[in-house]
Each structure stands twice: as C-alpha cells, then as structure tokens.
Design a protein around this ligand. Structure first.
Ligand code: ARG
Length: 648
C-alpha cells in the first residue's frame, strides 16, 4: 500500500456512483505539483462536470463530503475551478513508514497473477564486435528482468543471438582467403573480427563505387526539383515549406554521397587494401555464396561455423561479464533452423500465407508490405525464425508474454510479426516491442569513432572503469579507501555510470553519449545516488549503529521537520513507481524516483541532526529514516542492475 493507492481506494466507491469510467477518474488523483497546496491533488471534478451537468466546484464538494478520509488526510480543500487538495495526516504517514521498516519489499506487493514472461534482449549478431548500440538493449532488458522478477513474475531472459546470418559467409570467405594463421592461433576472436571487418569493408567499397553515379543522378534530380519549385507559381507560404523539404532531401543525399566517397577514399588511400579490393571485385557475391552453402548444409562451411561460433560466444561473454548481465537462455537463430520449414507449411495450410512472385508471404490488410516468411530463392529469414521462436516459447515455457527489447528501427518487423502471430493462434500472448532510440555522438549522428567505426562496447566499458578510478582517487585524497575498495568502487561507478546514463533517458528518445558528467557525484547520475547511499552507511559506521537492533526497536517514526516528511512521502511511493514500470516498461521512472529520493535525503540531512540529535527517540527515528532511505536506494539501484557500494 502507498498513500496514493490508499487515497484512490477511498475515492473509488463514490466515483463509481458518479461515472462509468472510474479508472480514468482515479487516474486524475496525483501527487501535488507544489507541496504548498498539499501532498496530492484530485482533479476529477472538472472532467465530471460536463457529463453530470453540474458546476465542477459543486461536484468537488460532493466528493469531499462523500469520501471517508478522516483518519488519512487533513480536511480537504477545494481550490480554483474544483481542484481537491489533500494533505496526509502525519500520524497516518508515520504509521505507513513504520510499516516499511519491517518490510523487506518496501511496500511492493507481489503481483496477483504471476505470468511467464520472456524478455528477449541484447540479441547481438555473433562474430561481429559488439558496439555501443548493443548497450541499450542489454541494459534496459536486464533491468526489466530484475523488476519483473521482483514483482513476482516468472521471467526467462533469452538472448536471441544472430548466429546464422550473412556475417558467417563473410567470415568464412575471409578465413579462406585472408586469414593470418599466427594471429588466429593467438587470438581467434580478434582475427575473426578483423576478417569480418575486412570483407565488409571491401564489399562496401565495391558497393559504394556502384552507388556513386546513382547518387550523382539523384542529387542532380533533387537540384532540378528545387530550381523548378523556385520558378513555380506556388503560393509563398506553401513554397517555403516545399523548399524546406526539398533542401532537406538534397542535404541528406549530399551527406550520403560524402560518406560513400569517404568509404572509397579509405580503401584507395591504403595500398594493400586497394590491391585487395582490386583483386576481389565480386567479394560481396562470393561471401553471400558462402552463407548460402552453409545454410544448404555444406560440410566444410558447417565445420568452420562450428569452429567459429564458440569463439564468438566467448567474446560476447567477456562483454556480459564486464556489464554484469546474464541470461537464462541463449537460443539463437541457428537453434530454430530445423523448425522453419514446418512453420511455413503450417502458415500455408492454415491459409495465412500464400505464394507471391515466388516468395511466401503473409498479407495483412492495413500494411503496405507483406510479411515475407520464405524468399523466392527458398531461403527462410528473420521473420520465419521469429515465428518459430514464438511457437517454441509458448510450447516450451508456456509463455504468457514476450517483451522484445529491440531498436525502434525494427518497429515494422515487430508490428507484422505480432499481427501474424495473433492470427496464427497466439493471440493470448502479450507481445510488446520495448523499443528504444539510438545512441548519438556529440555531432548528433549515430555514435562513431573518429575514423567512422562504430564504438566497440568492450573498450567503452574499460574506459568507463578507468575514468571512474581516476575520480575515485581524486575524491579520496587522504587514502581512506584501500586499493581493492578503490577498484571495486571504480567498477561500480564506471559501469553503473554508463548504465544509468542510458537508463535515465526515456527509452524511445535518442540520446547523446557524453563522458561529461556521467561519472560525476552531483547531478542525475549513478554516482550521486551511490554516494548518498554510501554516506548513510558512513553515518552508521561513525555512530557504531547495529542495524538489526535498530530495526527491531519498537520506536515510532516522528516526522517533526518538513524535510523528514518530504523524505517519507517520497520513499513510500516506491511501489507506485514499480507498478507503473510493470505497465509501461520504462526503467527511467525508477532512475527518476532514485534521483528524487537522493535529493530528498540530502535536504533531510541538511536540515536535521541525526547522530548528534539529543532527543533519544527522535535520533532513533531519524536513524530509521536513514536506514529506510539506504534500503530504498540499494534496492532501486539493484533493480537497475547497478551496484551500491557501502563506502566510496
Ligand atoms: N539480432 C538482431 C539484430 O541485431 C536482434 C534480434 C532481436 N530479437 C528478435 N527476436 N528478433 O538486429
């Protein structure tokens, strides 16, 4: 129970008499914007005015007269057009907080109905180096798993790795033609990654050369469109808009031309690369052929795949270890290959899929493109695999829900996937595309290194820890922390900082990756929250406080100061936040809550004595409050997948 949920329950009976849509009316009871007016505000009278045909203030009065709040709130006040301002009674709030002291779950009840939830996250393509783009899925996915599990769901985290894709054709081709044996023996993963990049680069080079003349044509056409528009008789306002759009298109094309040119220049500028490119004009097709051979069961390619795959998985594990992310299952695309033919046959026999220009497609009205489940060359694809995966998860794990933590750019795929699955008989499953935006560099474009490569995730994590270590040392001029502690704090702050910086953005937005502030002890950062927690632990150490004994004391909590009251009001809302995350799947609601909690604690600690409070019972009460705060911060950080060191 939280204050808000209790208030809503009190309002419910009366509101159901007034409206058929109680939930919307209840949703209009919210924390007050300004504590001057109270703790909560009910704004439902205004929207009930029209349907009830009465002035809103009159309805507000009717609500205030009819809702039983005496033990919970001070006398409600009606303000403005009909806002109902509510202030909790301190004794009620004290009782609520006292209850939290003995509650390991800090007021969060388990969900009434535990569901089997599959969280499909991280899911990189194996044998390509993991880059910063994989951070978001891994971090958001892991935190959602923690939260869903904490709420009482049965969660299976599944890393749906891409281990059967075209990258293997590239690597096989690269291995057969360009391998450096010594390097491969010494560091197979590194050498395979190099081969992948090399083949990719050479294929791109030839592709870029073909594309350049086309781009020039498109640019010329775009320029003509602009001149034509300028000379047209369109009305000036409309013309301005048209020109803006056309110029935007032209800029986009010029950008593309620039990056296409620079891809070519990089290879041309390197003698040995240029020679390789010249010697391998058909490299893209040859690499594709290797993939096709692998898929068709070619023995040699299968042997190489068996050799390469474990190396790719090892490389992923190194990153997951650093990130502190784990999975219950790692069932990649290759796992589903034997099941695909049957999926297509089943879709066809149930009349869902049909042949179209040689391919097999599911047509769903209202969508521009069909969902292709078998290509005209007979190959199955990403879509087929995802359908097989759904069937497997329902059969094997009795999945009630599947949450896919995947880039927004795949929205179209998931829309078609879910619609197809619903028609295929899986309409009882709660499918959600937990989409997220792109990580950008300072220039507002997808985050790249100076040379234009994607930023490797592993080196990014290492850099975070070493930067954090410098910060730790700087903040510890007297050497209070021993070397081991410094290292582990650097780990917590560095990795926690990166995760937090990602999680605290609304997941659907793009965000700019910036070291600046990420590791700082002030501001909306992991370090700020971790530090607040360490500070509380410092108070306990300094006072020699026995926490078990403290929690066992029959002491009551006293909310004497406004800052104490504000802190408790904040902490008790934890369960409201968790509930919202369960429906919205947004970890940023939790980062916001933790930031607000750390802020509320810092005001409390500024305004109230703790260890040197002379009134014994007030001192105990305040220590209990510190403990509650620390437990809240620690639990919250843990649910985000972030460590909460006791000293730093
Ligand atoms: N491997 C895919 C990629 O890198 C993501 C897979 C997401 N999961 C899924 N079931 N489709 O784009």
């Amino acid at each position: 129970m939280t204050a808000l949920s209790e208030i809503k329950e009190r309002f419910r009976p009366l509101l159901s008499e007034l409206t058929g849509d109680v939930e919307s009316a209840l949703a209009m009871i919210r924390p007050a914007q300004d504590s001057k007016f109270g703790d909560f505000q009910a704004n439902c009278a205004m929207s009930l005015a029209k349907p009830l045909g009465k002035p809103p203030r009159e309805i507000a009065q009717q609500i205030v007269d009819g809702v039983q709040l005496d033990d919970l709130c001070e006398t409600p006040e009606i303000a403005g057009p009909g806002f109902i301002n509510l202030r909790l009674r301190s004794d009620w709030l004290e009782g609520l907080a006292r209850g939290l002291v003995g509650d390991e779950r800090l007021g969060c009840e388990l969900v009434a109905e535990s569901k089997s939830v599959i969280v499909d996250y991280s899911s990189p393509n194996v044998a390509k180096p993991m880059h910063v783009g994989h951070l978001r899925s891994s971090v958001i996915g892991a935190s959602l798993c923690h939260i869903l599990r904490f709420a009482g769901h049965e969660v299976i985290s599944d890393n749906h790795i891409g281990d059967w894709g075209t990258q293997f054709g590239m690597i096989i081709f690269g291995y057969q033609n360009f391998v450096d044996r010594v390097a491969y023996e010494a560091d197979p993963v590194g050498e395979l990654a190099r081969l992948y990049r090399l083949v990719n680069q050479l294929s791109d080079y030839h592709g870029a050369k073909l594309k350049l003349p086309q781009l020039d044509e498109q640019i010329a056409a775009a320029e003509t469109r602009i001149t034509d528009a300028e000379q047209s008789a369109e009305d000036p306002k409309k013309l301005k808009k048209t020109l803006k759009k056309l110029r935007g298109d032209l800029d986009g094309l010029r950008e593309t031309r620039k990056s296409t040119e620079s891809k070519i220049a990089v290879v041309d500028g390197d003698e040995s690369l240029a020679a390789l490119a010249a010697a391998n004009p058909n490299i893209a097709r040859l690499a594709r052929d290797e993939t096709a051979k692998l898929h068709a069961g070619d023995e040699e390619n299968r042997r190489l795949w068996d050799e390469f795959l474990p190396e790719g998985l090892k490389a992923l594990d190194t990153v997951y270890d650093k990130l502190g992310v784990t999975f219950d299952k790692t069932l990649g695309e290759s796992f589903y290959q034997p099941l695909l033919a049957d999926v297509v046959a089943d879709l066809k026999s149930s009349g869902l899929a049909s042949d179209s220009e040689g391919a097999v497609c599911v047509f769903i009205e209202g969508n521009d493109a069909p969902f292709i489940v078998q290509k005209s060359d007979g190959a199955f694809n990403y879509a087929t695999t995802d359908l097989a995966t759904i069937r497997y998860r329902v059969n094997e794990f009795s999945a009630d829900a599947m949450f896919y933590v995947v880039d927004t750019r795949q929205s179209e795929h998931f829309k078609l996937l879910f619609e197809t699955a619903n028609r295929w008989g899986y309409d009882g499953v709660d499918f959600r595309h937990v989409n997220f935006g792109t990580v950008l560099g300072d220039d507002g474009r997808p985050f790249k290194t100076r040379s234009g490569d994607t930023v490797g995730l592993e080196s990014l994590l290492d850099e975070a820890v070493s930067r954090a270590y410098e910060v730790v040392v700087e903040n510890d001029p007297n050497g209070e922390l021993d070397e081991d502690t410094r290292r582990s704090v650097a780990q917590a702050v560095g990795i926690g900082g990166i995760k937090y910086a990602d999680l605290h953005h609304n997941r659907e937005s793009d965000y700019v990756f910036s070291w600046d502030k990420m590791l700082a002890r002030t501001g909306d950062t992991a370090a700020y929250i971790q530090y607040a927690n360490a500070r509380i632990n410092g108070i306990f150490r300094k006072g020699g406080i026995d926490l078990a004994a403290l929690r066992g004391e029959a002491a009551s909590l006293q909310l004497a100061h406004a800052s104490e009251r504000a802190l408790v009001l904040q902490i008790q809302s934890f369960s409201d936040v968790i509930s919202s995350i369960l429906t919205e799947l947004r970890p940023n609601l939790l980062t916001q809550f933790l930031f607000d909690t750390a802020n509320a604690f810092s005001s409390f600690y500024r305004d109230c004595h703790v260890l040197n409070e002379e009134d014994e019972s007030l001192r105990t009460s305040r220590l209990l409050l510190c403990d509650l705060t620390s437990r809240t911060l620690t639990l919250g950080l843990t649910l985000l997948g972030i460590d909460a060191p006791e000293r730093m």
